[in-house]
Design a protein around this ligand. Structure first.
Ligand code: ADP
Ligand code: MG
Length: 465
């Protein structure tokens, strides 16, 4: 098994290559295992050094991956040389007889056929306005942009699969992942590229359950060449959707199709997401987008104002870029408001109007905060380590801080009790509800608690984006 030399010409028939593999596999696994797991596999295509094999379903792939990955890798390398690899194609046709190596392979795999029957429904959901051409490069997004570009040039063919882009709100994640999709289609309009927010994916899944069409739902997404899913953090707490997404992910990944994901946090920090998904998210490339630096903010403002047909003077550009720092969506918002203020009041755009606009924006800023941010601020207030809130400890001061953090999470975010519980060491929803009640009752009688909550709320608002 350890020799690595090519014994077969790679232009050969996939059937011959697979037969060669089976000869090796047979020597290395028990008879029953061989019959159960390897006989049902059919060779499908040999693409350079990539042998595509067709397997009955994704559970099959999972099992093989988990138990025979090393064996298969070694075997294919022994047969095709160092570059040899195996990818899977799912063939869900149950009526087909179990393998006959000499049997002719169907022209198209069933998964490709099922894609075609849905053709008329196909909608990419891509926004044609989000392009690489109008995505301004800066230090904070340079790596993410480069990775995104590489993926768009060779979807599924780089090691950046999945490509996982994370970062705070309004920093350009959605823009960038649309840009990848648009670029792929520009190069090859026949590609099936689909963009979805996690929310839409979840809603469709629930509808599919209700209408008994979960298989159609899965097969549809499994037939894509590129699957782009935005804000994957919203899968947290949705176990069944996670399960189905997991299978879709596997099918696409195994057959060399591209998956692109965005999130507000890196995979490891997606508490409450199934571990097997987190580990798969880390298979490819994880890259972040940081808030734009001053120069990038100026460049973005310049560029956007030009698309509106106006040229802002350097003092106005600088003023806005100095005062609006947290994200690009807000920079855009400021610019639009500035234009609106100018045209509504028939005023010239000058520094004074820019000042007024920035001030209006800052005072109307809605707080937009996450459970993690609340945890951070509460722990700063009590001078505690954040991990303590997630531990099982019943120490009085920690219980109190945890309850306050849970209370504020319920009050200030839209998260469900379940999600809140998950953020605090996997506690269940009734614990969160109990904490909320305890603090609420306390607020009626305890002045100190009142002061404490109001002071934490102040810090939250000051630091919120
Ligand atoms: P996110 O998905 O990270 O919350 P978006 O992609 O929705 O952020 O970006 C918010 C707005 O800012 C969008 O209108 C987007 O076009 C714009 N934007 C973000 N980054 C850039 C950039 N680097 N260059 C130009 N526009 C950008
Ligand atoms: Mg977004």
């Amino acid at each position: 098994m350890s020799q690595n030399f090519s014994t077969v010409d790679t232009s050969s028939d996939p059937k011959i290559i697979w037969k060669e593999c089976l000869n090796i596999i047979r020597e290395n696994v028990p008879f029953l295992t061989y019959n159960t797991w390897f006989l049902p596999i059919k060779p499908y295509e040999l693409d350079n050094f990539n042998l595509k094999i067709s397997v009955p379903n994704d559970y099959f792939v999972e099992w093989i991956e988990e138990h025979f990955n090393t064996l298969l890798n070694k075997t294919i390398k022994q047969v095709l040389g160092e570059e040899g690899r195996i990818t899977y194609i799912i063939s869900e046709d149950d009526d087909e007889p179990i393998i006959n190596i000499t049997q002719t392979i169907p022209e198209k795999s069933p998964s490709i056929q099922s894609a075609e029957t849905k053709e008329e429904k196909f909608e990419t959901n891509l926004n044609p306005k989000y392009l690489f051409e109008n995505f301004i490069k800066g230090e904070g997004n340079q790596l993410a942009r480069a990775a995104a570009y590489a993926v768009s040039e060779n979807p599924g063919q780089t090691s950046f699969n999945p490509l996982f882009i994370y970062g705070g709100v309004g920093l350009g994640k959605t823009h960038l992942i649309h840009a990848i999709g648009n670029k792929i289609l520009e190069k090859d309009p026949s590609k099936k590229v689909i963009y979805l927010s996690t929310d839409v994916f979840t809603v469709e899944f629930v509808e599919a359950i209700q209408s008994n069409s979960v298989n159609d739902f899965s097969n549809y997404y499994k037939s894509m060449d590129t699957l782009i899913i935005d804000d994957i953090q919203f899968l947290i707490g949705k176990e069944r959707t996670q399960d189905y997404f997991f299978h879709i992910f596997n099918t696409l990944h195994q057959s060399g199709r591209q998956i692109i994901l965005s999130s507000d946090k890196p995979p490891k920090e997606l508490k409450g997401l199934n571990e097997r998904l987190i580990s798969r998210f880390q298979w490819g490339l994880t890259t972040d987008i940081q808030p734009p630096d001053f120069e990038t903010r100026i460049a973005i403002l310049k560029n956007k104002s030009e698309t509106f047909g106006i040229k802002l003077t350097p003092d106005i550009l600088e003023y806005i870029a100095t005062n609006i720092v947290s994200n690009i969506r807000e920079l855009e918002g400021c610019l639009i408001k500035l234009l609106a203020n100018a045209s509504l009041n028939g005023r010239k755009i000058d520094l004074e109007l820019a000042r007024k606009t920035v001030k209006e924006i800052s005072s109307s800023k809605k707080i937009n905060i996450s459970i993690d941010y609340i945890t951070k601020v509460v722990c700063e207030y009590f001078d505690l380590d954040e991990n303590k809130l997630r531990e099982k400890t019943r120490k009085k001061e920690i219980v109190e801080a945890r309850q306050i953090a849970m209370y504020l999470s319920k009050e200030l975010t839209k998260s469900s009790l379940k999600t809140i519980g998950l953020h605090f060491g996997g506690r269940d929803h009734s614990t969160v509800l109990h904490a909320h009640k305890a603090v609420e009752t306390g607020l009626n009688e305890d002045i100190k608690l009142k002061e404490c909550i109001s002071s934490i709320k102040n810090s939250l608002e000051m630091g919120a984006s």
